[in-house]
Design a protein around this ligand. Structure first.
Ligand code: BGC
Length: 842
């Protein structure tokens, strides 16, 4: 449970208490460099030179500093598949492992990817809370619980930074939903902010010492987070000792003076920002003291020095750690995150079933990650279908049926295309080869073409139809398009975006679909030309994004379901993979509801009616409703599993690996039961009026409907008996470290099953006495343990001082008295309890 500290501690003033000679050397080099810069040069350090980087300064030996998203892999400076990355499972999956050691190793892989791509800062982890299941970026955050979020987040930061690469835990703070995200004003009382939303950031800052943090778009208590002097300079820096940089979310810096005085070090992206000449002018006319700019520039130089970009300053990590096998780790994490919520003896599968029916669009094309800035492009994806084929013996007959396809947009043409960039008068400015029909250029164009010169982009590819019949071609994007097939014009007109989020046209563009009769023997050339009346841009940076989509002929929806049911009826086992879509789970929009899109619920029900051994695999990053869950033999949640999706699934279904996940968030049975549903602000404000009652504390307090599956729930392939729980007080630690253990729970668990397994021992703390303002119980610690059949494992779980504290008018107060300690398999499944008396005075 401890997170490695990679840097020395710091003082309230934001200067490091340089512990080692290297630390002192780094600070001295920073001061020397700062002393050589005039006002304009210092200000130049504080804003993006382009979409992803800060400018170099040769005079002081400062290199160009590159940042990149994000939590599920390191995308680099391109937003296209031609610069591929290892796609690890999405953040909810990382949290479902409940294993900080594994997450730290995963951070090491992200650092390795960052170094390979010339990236110095990874814009991760996302540590906002799962306040409502409707949050569009739910898949990108960890949990409804602040302790679990903080532990997983600190582990990822420690892992990345141990590789010499900086992190920016985000989005500081209360960016827990997407509706009106640029302007929404979150209102929460101080206790709620401290105990829930600030808590993961505090744990990460104090334990893992991130070298950066990203300010959220939203406001808190009326102030934009990029200008929030009280939280940025007061709480984060003075109180917690954060000495890293605070970077704006992209386009999130709005006011020169308020941002500079509010402690925002870096305005991204560039080159058009509220800093630059505006900040120079503000200093010259006395609105911002130059000392404030020095403080911002000092922190940017410190960041550069830490990542090895400032001449004469020793990097924080002189030698990168040994290489990690990325594919193997992505597979291990996926399997360890898969959460088996129901199993009526169906899993693991018989090692050599006679026949298996694999059903569902996502079985052939899984969703490996959520939409938006967390997106990365791997070199390849192992589908569930391919993974199962590889894991099953050749004697097993494997059949596939689509069943139901929830996709509302066509996939980009799966063939290489040639892109030609055209200037005025149709002059050819440059060309680029793309792996498929998707074009996505942000901040820079191929071949160094300038956005101001670009007037059109033409892509050409050859479609080789596999089936004769009516094919669909899609134009996905916004603006003017001309689509030609075999020299014939199919569309010449405008495609318009109807949404309101300014980034939505890019993250979630509209689509025009055309139909075309094709013959499987005749390849056809397709050309899509996108004309631009003026240089395309969003908030100062250029951007071109559109796609040529393709869909092969398919039967009617009824026919597809009938085919799948017939296949299932004839097979020994049916594996149905259901999924959300890009429209349902993505940055930029919140979810309208939690039902699986399309006719997938009907598909599952009908398959289960004909095959008693129906295993449902849920490929979603956030809770979905599963009204059929009691009618199927097993339900396995695989989250957004990254590129090794099917490889991990094959191993888990066959029992080669055990599913290791436990729910990081409670899964509701019905929408109406969710304790927090609304994410729409009223008059610009989003009131967190439920206070501390978010997630399982809210479900437990209501005493009404039970959820489908509780926080912490998850089954393995063996059984466990909790044989004892002993809780001891520890001596209060020196100083006031809230994360020092104040007590320790020693739990004895015995593997009573027939195979080696892994158990996630969860320890909850329930305060005595009736206090309606305090949750009944809260997670206070956890540990993962492995044991062979019959073996008894002794698990030690530290309970930090903070677990015994609440926030009040006098700040953090330790609450003495009688606590019940519960050790168990979920928040609602205690297996052993003990009583702990915390003496007066803490
Ligand atoms: C997101 C950030 C992301 C940034 C850069 C923003 O829209 O909110 O999480 O890091 O874009 O892609």
């Amino acid at each position: 449970m401890d997170s490695t500290t990679t840097e020395p501690s710091s003082t309230a003033a934001g200067t490091t208490t340089a512990g080692t000679a290297a630390d002192r050397g780094r600070e001295a080099a920073v001061e020397a460099a700062l002393g050589r810069l005039d006002l304009t040069a210092k200000v130049a350090l504080l804003a993006g030179a382009d979409m992803w980087s800060l400018p170099a300064n040769a005079e002081i030996g400062l290199g160009r500093l590159v940042m990149s998203d994000g939590p599920a892999g390191v995308r680099g400076e391109q937003w296209t598949p031609d610069d591929p990355s290892i796609a690890i499972p999405a953040p909810t999956a990382l949290a479902a492992t409940w294993d900080p050691d594994l997450v730290r190793r995963t951070g090491g892989l992200l650092a390795q990817e960052a170094r390979r791509k010339g990236v110095h800062v990874v814009l991760a982890p996302t540590v906002n809370l799962h306040r409502s299941p409707r949050g569009g970026r739910h898949f990108e955050a960890y949990s409804e619980d602040p302790l679990l979020t903080g532990e997983i987040g600190a582990a990822l930061v420690a892992g990345i930074q141990a590789g010499g690469v900086a992190t920016t835990p985000k989005h500081w703070v209360a960016n827990d939903s997407e509706t009106d995200r640029y302007t929404v004003d979150v209102r929460a009382d101080e206790r709620t902010l401290r105990e829930l939303y600030l808590a993961p950031f505090e744990a990460i800052v104090r334990k893992a010492r991130p070298w950066g943090l990203m300010a959220a778009y939203n406001r808190v208590g009326g102030h934009s987070m990029s200008e929030h002097a009280e939280l940025n300079n007061g709480v984060l820096r003075a109180e917690w000792g954060f000495d890293g940089v605070l970077v704006s979310d992209w386009t999130g810096a709005r006011d020169t003076v308020r941002a500079a005085l509010g402690g925002l070090d870096i305005a991204m992206p560039g080159p058009v920002t509220v800093y630059g000449e505006h900040l120079v002018a503000a200093v010259r006319d006395g609105r911002v003291p130059e000392a404030a700019v020095d403080e911002l520039a000092r922190r940017v130089l410190r960041l550069a020095a830490r990542v090895g970009l400032l001449a004469g300053a020793p990097a924080a990590v002189p030698e990168p750690p040994a290489d990690v096998d990325g594919e193997a780790l992505a597979r291990e994490v996926a399997a360890r995150s898969f959460t088996l919520v129901r199993n009526q003896g169906a899993l693991p599968l018989d090692p050599a079933p006679g026949s298996v029916a694999v059903i569902g669009a996502a079985a052939a094309q899984p969703r490996i990650g959520g939409g938006g800035s967390a997106q990365v492009f791997p070199t390849g994806v192992v589908s569930p279908l391919a993974g199962l084929r590889a894991a099953l013996p050749p004697s097993t007959a494997l059949g596939y049926a689509l069943g139901a396809d929830p996709a509302v947009h066509l996939a980009p043409l799966a063939a290489p295309v040639e892109a030609v960039l055209l200037g005025s008068g149709g002059a050819e400015l440059g060309t680029a080869g793309l792996p498929d029909g998707g074009v996505r250029w942000i901040g820079r164009l191929p071949g160094g073409v300038g956005f101001a010169d670009l007037r059109a982009v033409r892509i050409t590819g050859v479609l080789q139809p596999q089936t004769t019949g009516v094919h669909r071609l899609g134009i996905r994007g916004q603006g003017r398009f001309l689509l030609e097939a075999g020299g014939r014009t199919l569309f010449d007109g405008e495609v318009r975006y109807q949404g309101t989020d300014p980034a939505g046209a890019f993250l979630n563009p509209p689509e025009e679909v055309l139909e075309l009769d094709l013959d499987s023997t005749a390849p056809i050339e397709l050309t899509l030309t996108h004309s631009l009346s003026k240089a395309p841009e969003f908030a100062g940076f250029g951007m071109v994004s559109f796609a040529l989509g393709h869909g092969a002929p398919v039967g009617t929806e009824d026919e597809l379901i009938d085919e799948a049911v017939a296949l299932a009826a004839s097979a020994d086992v049916a594996v149905v993979v259901v999924a959300t879509t890009e429209e349902v789970e993505s940055e930029g929009v919140d979810r309208a509801g939690l039902a699986l899109p399309g006719r997938q619920d009907e598909l599952v029900r009908r398959v289960a009616q004909v095959n008693p051994r129906t295993v449902v695999v849920v490929n979603a990053g956030a809770p979905v409703l599963m009204p059929w869950r009691e009618q199927v033999a097993a339900v396995l949640l695989t989250w957004f599993p990254g590129q090794e999706a099917g490889a991990a699934l094959g191993e888990v279904l066959l029992g080669i690996r055990e599913p290791g996940g436990r729910l990081p968030t409670t899964w509701p049975a019905a929408e109406a039961d969710c304790p927090v549903w609304r994410v729409e602000p009223v008059d610009g404000r989003l009131d967190y009026r439920e206070g501390l009652f978010v997630g399982y504390p809210a479900w437990q307090r209501r005493g009404g409907a039970a959820p489908a599956y509780w926080f912490g729930h998850g089954l393995g392939y063996t059984d466990w008996e909790y044989q004892g729980l002993d809780v001891r007080l520890r001596r209060p630690g020196p100083g006031e470290d809230p994360y020092a253990a104040r007590a320790e729970a020693v739990v004895l668990v015995r593997n009573t099953g027939a195979r080696t397994g892994r158990e996630t021992v969860q320890v909850y703390l329930a305060p005595g006495g009736a206090d309606p303002d305090r949750p009944d119980r809260r997670l206070a610690g956890f540990a993962v343990v492995e044991a062979a059949p019959g073996e008894v494992a002794e698990v030690r779980v530290e309970l930090p001082l903070r677990a015994f504290q609440t926030w009040g008018a006098d700040g953090w107060t330790t609450r003495p008295g009688r606590y019940t300690v519960e050790a168990g398999r979920s928040v609602a499944d205690p297996r052993a309890t003990a009583v702990l008396e915390l003496p007066d005075g803490g």
